[in-house]
Write a protein that binds this ligand. Sequence first.
Ligand SMILES: Nc1ncnc2c1ncn2[C@@H]1O[C@H](COP(=O)(O)OP(=O)(O)O)[C@@H](O)[C@H]1O
Ligand code: SF4
Ligand SMILES: [Mg+2]
Length: 317
Amino acid sequence: MIEPLIKTVKLKKYYSVSSGSFFNRKKTIVKAVDGVSIKIQKKETLGILGESGCGKTTLGRLILNLIKPTSGKILYNGSPIQNINPELQIIFQDPYSSLDPSMTIEESLNEPMVVNGIERLEREKRINNLLDNIGFSKNILSRYPHQFSGGQRQRIVIARALTLKPSFVVADEPVSALDVSIQAQILNLLKDLREIYSLSYLFISHDLSVVKYISDRIAVMYKGKILEEGNSDDICTNPVHPYTRLLISSLPEYYSQHEDSKEIEREEKGNCVFYHRCPFADNKCENAESIKFKLLDNNHKVRCLKAKKFYQTKKSG
Ligand SMILES: Nc1ncnc2c1ncn2[C@@H]1O[C@H](COP(=O)(O)OP(=O)(O)O)[C@@H](O)[C@H]1O
Ligand code: SF4
Ligand SMILES: [Mg+2]
């Protein structure tokens, strides 16, 4: 079997946070990432889809070794990642804060290569090649970030992330800060660069249409856990988990039948992280010791006790 480029095994990151008033301080544990096992193959894009606060950024930073896990493993080409590895890079959401305003574009592009001891001729070669592939001429090198629009800056930020010839890039909401008209250009650029440089992406977004456009596979995340994972087409056309169906808007009818309010809110109970919002929750869900993945066709995995029933009903209906 081919070794995945990136593999995480039961990865966890818990934070202990203080809450309450000054006189009534309480410590609570935030399970930012809670037992995530994913695999990403060479030249593959895995989209991570979920609402704000579900743990997407924490997962990306753990894989790059920018933060230490509470427990679990991260393997790159089959070996544990020990230090920060230049072959693994990140592109952030905000192109305005990702470039130092006091540095020319040339200085910004050179910086990671200088830090990594790459000699001048090789640096020039890489920069020229990247400029060609992001659609800029050498004229931009003497300019400063403020002379560019958000979309142009994000192109430069992407080029900068590729100067060290990575094989894997975490793209953390890379188009969320951009105008919708520019988003498709950047997504197409990321797709083209994936082909040219044989890259793999972990592509993080809260926006289904964006994740769907770029990803080969999608993992849906909620409260630190992956609830559903499969090929993009299967997830988008045949979502099974009640949370995925809510995200993909095929559920409002269930909510409206249930109560006047659009969403159910009940006490958090049991081991299903979606129990408190799920219109299908029953005693079995509340009392289940653990909610394991159910495997459907085509390597489509769903963390729900009723996954097989939902899947059969949809297939026959
Ligand atoms: N350094 C930290 N200290 C305490 N809590 C944190 C820290 N970083 C993230 N969190 C919490 O972990 C959860 C997941 O955060 P994050 O990974 O940023 O989510 P997302 O990127 O999906 O919006 C959130 O509840 C957030 O408040
Ligand atoms: S396990 Fe039960 S509560 Fe959880 S998502 Fe499935 S049906 Fe809903
Ligand atoms: Mg985030």
